[in-house]
Every structure is written in C-alpha cells, then in structure tokens.
Write a protein that binds this ligand. Structure first.
Ligand code: ZN
Length: 203
C-alpha cells in the first residue's frame, strides 16, 4: 500500500507558512514504514528540533482505479478518518530553500499517524465535515472540508492520473492552519465532527 499526501490545500495554511498558492495540487508520498503502529506513541526523532503536527482528513481507497473522473471518485472510497502528517519543519525549510524533495522531512519512521476509520455513509456530505485537533486539551486546529482548495473527489481524480490507486491506499488531504510544534510529554487528540477518534502521546 502507499500513502499519498496533498500539500497546500487550505488557503489559511498556505498563508501561515508564507507559501505560494499552487496552480495544481502538490503531492508527495510517505512509505508504509512511516506509519505509527497501533497504540504506540510518536517518538521525536533526534535529527530535528522542530517537529510539527498537521491534522488532516484521510480517506482509504476501496477499489483499484486509474484516470478516475471526479464524478465517479466517490465509488473509490468507503472509509474516512484523521491522520497526522508529522513534519520536521526545520529540515523541510532547508530542503525548500534548496529546491530539494521533502522526504527526509515528511516520510521518516513515525511521520504518519492513522486514526481508526469511520464509514463514509455516516456523513451526509464529504465536503462539509468538521474536524479539529487538540494539543493537551486545547484546540489548535479547527476546520471544515469545504475549505479545501481541491475537494476530496477532485483530489482522487487528479492523483489517479499519475498513480494507480489500489485497495488500502491512504490519501492525506492537506492541513488547515494552526500547525505547530510538539514536545516530549504532549498529547494530541483528534475529533471528526464531535467524535473523538484518537489520543496520541508524544515521547
Ligand atoms: Zn500535510
């Protein structure tokens, strides 16, 4: 399986990092080795002094597909959840400055947290889902999928032009504003609508 992530998909987050608004979705991958195993914490790696959380709505692909038209995208996923795209921001800033790929900052072991999954059918509209992240019980990111520059179904169509989507693949759909640093002893809590999906410890 593979994990495909979308960068710069919320205007408020593009502004907070002083990035340019892209003309098409920014895509990168995380390998399967980046996933945090069930019930394990996130361990801060020794190569970074600035690990950021990024809460994102994630979807799980349920059918193989290539060149999927947007109007058919909804047939290719059954479950949604929340993910954290852990990012070594200090390393990413260096890589960006030099025009280099982001993998060392985004795809390291433990950089991918995946929550439990909720059936898509529980939600009326994929383009109107509230989600938020708390850091030690204080809300730090709070958004709605309607604020995405490219909506879920458009992303699936776009991604499938380049990468064949397979059963079990996961798409990270981008983070809204409010990203910030984690430290040892912190806890992150994620909510999809009002349902708490996870509590993740930072060690
Ligand atoms: Zn991200």
């Amino acid at each position: 399986m593979k994990i495909i992530c979308v960068g710069r998909n919320y205007t408020d987050h593009i502004k907070e990092l002083e990035n340019q608004r892209p003309e098409s979705p920014v895509l990168f991958h995380k390998p399967d080795s980046s996933i945090i195993l069930k019930n394990k914490p996130f361990f801060i790696p020794d190569f970074s002094n600035e690990i950021h959380y990024e809460i994102e709505l994630i979807i799980k692909i349920s059918r193989i597909g290539k060149h999927i038209q947007t109007k058919f995208s909804h047939k290719y996923y059954d479950f949604i959840g929340l993910g954290i795209d852990f990012t070594a921001r200090d390393i990413q800033n260096d890589l960006k400055k030099n025009g280099l790929p982001w993998e060392k900052a985004k795809s390291f072991d433990g950089s991918c947290f995946v929550s439990e999954w909720i059936e898509k059918s529980k939600f009326d509209d994929i383009n109107n889902i509230n989600f938020k992240l708390e850091l030690n019980q204080k809300t730090v990111q709070n958004s709605n999928t309607r604020l995405m520059l490219w909506k879920v179904d458009e992303l699936i169509s776009y991604i499938s032009k380049y990468f064949t989507l397979k059963i079990g693949d996961i798409i990270f759909t981008g983070t809204p504003s409010g990203v910030g640093k984690v430290g040892i002893g912190d806890e992150l809590q994620g909510y999809l609508e009002n349902q708490k999906l996870f509590n993740l410890k930072i060690k």
